[in-house]
Design a binder for this molecule. Structure first.
Ligand code: M6R
Length: 591
């Protein structure tokens, strides 16, 4: 939540423009408002520009500068107003602060600062940081003033402070992501919540760890341990991410690009994690209990994993991470917790993982982003390698994570090589199937559903979490109320909701429950439901259908991809922005 960007030593002296460009790449993290602060080349005061709403094609009129910080906001404390937009300043106007996270004790800090004469102009928790640093600066150098202020903050936070006097930046991290970009050639440094923001300039990075800080001034960068306040050595990492990964490459939206990339990302995932997959399998074979956890799409992925594992004779539990705590008491040293997260920074998932770790569990993380908190907390890491997923709505990370769970489930029965072949074959089949003809069919379907306000999605067994993910795609991108149910649940109440013409999506595979699902479709049809079959076969129960590849247990991939595409085109047709759905942020780093 919230995107942070900073540049020091901008070679073109266009730090504000560089920051604006970086923020545009981070807008998926929050788009309630945006703002930039610079120390101009000329003059001795900070200049700040802020606006509510999306950055879109915004331009900046800020003056030439070498150093700037900027922010895109996902509002937590205080409404969406110019005053609440970041950066925030102190009473002297010599400091500018941007922040990602929540200062849980901000009320108490604010009252104390007000009693010392500080004047507040926003309703945010962030503004206390500016005044705290101002207060500390009366007693100590800028760097220490920031570190000391950070000590006082309770909560998960990443903070960047720009100081006019020293023309430098100090940033601290605890719980919220922060990555440093290093462009040695030009002596330029960047800070961002996520790598794609500066990938255009450098892929040499250092992921700040929790309780680490960085200070950057012209030509100088230092990393500090915030516990000891001592400088520490650090080893930057060179990522194999390419610039195209962070560009739309001719697609109108990242979501569409990412949907169409899936055949490549699934194929890549199939081969990159043999060693960690073996490690997890060996724990399972040694009798470790299996718990899967995640939020949103990742939780549906976890549920599908549960069905995959059951096929292989492995019992597992799935907890949506936000509801995991009552059950963590059942986790012990003989449990492996498989945590699934695109970002590796989702607060609820991290809380569940930390609690499980306290209880001695082994943590296996299936993640997409690199350098995340979850990676660091884990004993085994499976980076799925789908590349940066920029659209807020998850697509390619989901299919890559699901492929990984499939491989895990099969390796425990000694069928890893066979499973790799199946996943690769699936990716090739998806490539051929996801052609113009399919896209046109889905576009036409979306047009016929454009005025729909309610839809239902049913599935059974693997297609039940498939239905949940399908429905989430429709909800997130088109704002249609799409309700997923297991086919078995219908008769127990839900069927009252069906009226003449209600769109009912029926997800199915050529599996042992196919006929039951079709019977449920018949029951919906008998009540007037308009049945849209999503499956590898035709049925007279369907009023219309989209055919998906017949891939055994992997059929669910195609079924969900139809939901991704349909959600995308419905969103476009209904005037929504599929890359940045309202009220959502890509990485939910608050509880
Ligand atoms: O980064 P994570 O995978 O942990 O994120 C979890 C959810 O917030 C995420 O899947 C969310 O549901 C997306 N909007 C799904 O499209």
């Amino acid at each position: 939540m919230c995107g942070i960007f900073a540049v020091v030593n901008d070679d073109l002296k266009e730090a504000a423009q560089t920051t604006l460009d970086g923020l545009k790449k981070l807008e998926y993290r929050g788009y309630d408002s945006w703002g930039i602060a610079v120390k101009p080349l000329k003059g001795n005061e900070l200049k700040i520009e802020k606006h509510i709403g999306k950055i879109g094609e915004a331009k900046t009129k800020l003056p030439k500068s070498l150093i700037a910080i900027g922010h895109t906001r996902w509002a937590t404390h205080g409404g969406v107003t110019d005053a609440n937009a970041h950066p925030h300043s102190d009473c002297t106007g010599k400091l500018a602060v941007i922040h990602n996270g929540i200062v849980e004790n901000y009320q108490m800090i604010k009252e104390e600062l007000i009693s010392k004469g500080h004047r507040f102009v926003s309703e945010t928790d962030t503004e206390v940081i500016a005044h705290l640093v101002e207060e500390n600066k009366k007693l100590m150098p800028f760097r220490d003033a920031v570190f000391t202020a950070f000590d006082v903050l309770i909560g998960s936070n990443a903070v960047v402070v720009l100081d006019l006097d020293t023309e430098s930046i100090a940033s601290c991290r605890n719980g919220s992501p922060m990555v440093v970009g290093i462009d040695e050639n030009k002596g330029r440094y960047f800070l961002a919540s996520d790598v794609p923001a500066f990938l255009k300039y450098t892929s040499t990075v250092y992921f700040l760890e929790d309780m680490e800080a960085v200070t950057i001034s012209k030509g100088d960068i230092k990393i500090f341990d915030l516990e000891t306040k001592q400088e520490k050595t650090f080893a930057p990492l060179v990522l194999d991410w390419k610039l195209e990964d962070a560009e739309k490459e001719g697609y109108p939206h990242f979501m569409l690009k990412e949907i169409h990339e899936q055949h490549k990302t699934i194929a890549k995932t199939a081969v990159v994690n043999a060693a960690p997959i073996e490690k997890i399998a060996s724990m399972i074979k040694q009798g470790y209990k299996v718990v899967l956890t995640g939020c949103g799409t990742a939780s549906y992925c976890a549920l599908m994993g549960k069905y995959f594992l059951a096929e292989s004779g492995i019992e597992s539990q799935v907890y949506g991470s936000y509801e995991a705590l009552p059950f963590t008491k059942f986790i012990d040293g003989k449990t492996v917790v498989i945590a699934i997260s695109q970002s590796g920074e989702t607060a609820d998932t991290l809380i569940a993982v930390k609690e499980a770790k306290k209880r001695g569990a082994k943590i296996a993380a299936i993640v997409n982003s690199r350098g995340s908190t979850m990676e660091r907390l884990s004993d085994v890491v499976l980076p799925v390698g789908a590349g940066p997923e920029i659209a807020v709505v998850s697509t390619k990370a989901f299919t890559a994570q699901l492929s990984s769970l499939y491989l895990i489930s099969r390796v425990v029965t000694g069928q890893y090589n066979q499973a790799v072949k199946e996943v690769k074959r699936m990716s090739e089949t998806v490539k051929d199937w996801l052609n113009d003809e399919l896209v046109e069919k889905i576009m036409n379907l979306s047009k016929s559903l454009i005025s729909t306000e309610h839809a239902y999605v049913i599935g059974k067994h693997l297609n039940y979490p498939g239905a949940q993910e399908f429905a989430l795609k429709l909800k997130e991108t088109s704002y249609i109320h799409a309700e997923p149910f297991t086919a078995g649940e219908l008769k127990h109440g839900v069927i009252t909701l069906i009226q003449k013409g209600t769109p009912c999506f029926v997800l199915s595979s050529n599996d042992s429950v196919k006929n039951e699902v079709l019977s449920s479709a018949a029951e919906l049809k008998a009540r007037g439901g308009h049945i849209i079959g999503i499956s590898p076969f035709d049925s007279h129960e369907y009023d219309e259908s989209i055919k998906t590849p017949d891939l055994g247990d992997l059929t669910v991939f195609g079924n969900v991809i139809v939901g991704q595409l349909l959600g995308y085109y419905l969103g476009i047709g209904r005037g929504a922005d599929p890359d940045k759905p309202r009220n959502l942020a890509k990485s939910v780093t608050v509880k």
